[in-house]
Design a protein around this ligand. Structure first.
Ligand code: HEC
Length: 112
């Protein structure tokens, strides 16, 4: 799936952003960025411990509590946040979405 992440990252316009170069120091990681982003914006519905009636329709099993979950769902996380259909009610700022895209295209893609 690396090709898809690269393709999406490259589709963002020809600027010289860290998303394309992955040269941010220190780099964005699960620990310093991803986990916090997902806890703030996603696991309120996509949490493994949430019973069905508290998931606001998020499908059972589509959970983002761990780094392993991120790797399993990387492609769909990238697509749904890229097209801004998740979270359904919005929430992340443009800057947060850019950082997410960078984290996915760099740290996550490198570990797939
Ligand atoms: C308010 C509850 C809620 C929040 C918060 C939320 N989701 Fe969802 N999510 C849903 C619902 C409802 C569905 C099923 C309907 C759909 O797919 O649009 C879903 C489905 C999904 C799916 C599975 C379907 C697919 O396209 O593969 C993914 C992946 C996903 N969400 C990603 C995310 C991400 C990433 C975040 C955080 C940025 C997030 N969601 C935040 C409610 C939520």
């Amino acid at each position: 799936m690396i090709w898809l992440l690269v393709l999406l990252a490259c589709g963002e316009g020809g600027d010289d952003s860290a998303t394309e170069t992955c040269d941010r120091t220190p780099p964005l990681t699960y620990e310093n960025f991803g986990q916090g982003f997902l806890r703030t914006h996603c696991t309120g519905c996509h949490g493994a411990l949430l019973p069905e009636e508290q998931r606001e329709g998020a499908p059972l099993g589509v959970d983002f509590d761990t780094w392993g979950d991120v790797l399993n769902w990387a492609e769909r996380i990238e697509v749904r946040t890229g097209e801004e259909t998740m979270p359904p009610g919005g929430g992340p700022s443009a800057e947060e979405r850019e950082k997410l895209a960078e984290w996915m295209a760099c740290d996550v893609a490198e570990n797939l």
